[in-house]
Write a protein that binds this ligand. Sequence first.
Ligand code: SF4
Ligand code: MG
Length: 337
Amino acid sequence: SRLILKAENLKQHYHVKQGLLKPEVTVKAVDGISFNLEKGKTLAVVGESGCGKSTLGRMLTMIETPTEGRLAHLGEDLLTLTKDAQAKLRQKIQIIFQNPYGSLNPRKKIGSILEEPLVINTSLSKSERKEKALSIMEKVGLKAEHYDRYPHMFSGGQRQRIAIARGLMLDPNVIVADEPVSALDVSVQAQVLNLMMDLQDEFGLSYVFISHDLSVVEHIADDVMVMYLGKVVEQGSREQLFENPKHPYTLALLSSTPQLSPEKRRQRIKLEGELPSPLNPPSGCAFNGRCAYANDRCRSETPTLRLDSSEEQEQGHLIACHAVAEKRIGTLVEGAA
Ligand code: SF4
Ligand code: MG
């Protein structure tokens, strides 16, 4: 399988002034994230709002420049390219946002919204642009007559189809989708997810699918990354994360997801308290204030993301937790038995 996007130790650290007399604080919005994304695959990035997942999405699409790390698209390092080469490559990595209405210009017709990226980035003629727009509209389930309509004439689900169509106009390899169905009714969510999966198959797209909702992720992900306060706490295949979750935070997220099967919610871990302020993160493991397994080591030493030693056969399942490393906690299923 072909490696499309490779991220190595990506970081986004902001320097925040808290007031005239207080010292500057470093906020580690994203703090060392690595992954490989292959052609036609979906990496889901999961976590509560404020965990850094949207910042990660903006870095992957170069809306924000990482403060550290490496990002390669088809082996080409995106961060060291000239501005021109970056702009060219950026076309291959598109982003779709949660609110399709906010991201569509209300004064423009669908046709011109879709053709705008072609006007800016290609030398296609007017008729070629229209032909391309109509063919992509058909792929996303829009009709030719929609070409001359305005965004407000469409439902939320249709508007998200328009946003997806716009993302496809430049034949991208990667689509970063930041909560693409969170604003939609549950019945419409399934339609848009199915559309995204069909388009993935047809065009060989790779997705980075950002979501707080594990029940959505379970449908679409090949690999899953769970983030907490800028760091990955657990990373692995969909099967590893859903059938054999290990990190207490992952367990808590799973047990608070009502749409998942009761079996997967057997070990009930209630997620108490709030995400700590990134301005003043806890020392040690950032989850220690909310974790039933926290001990002194957890409060002083930050756990590193590493393979679980008890499962050599499970390639690539990474967990950042002292209790898992010390075998103080078992798997979801063992815990429930
Ligand atoms: Fe809980 Fe400690 Fe594991 Fe953090 S390292 S998740 S506090 S057990
Ligand atoms: Mg797939």
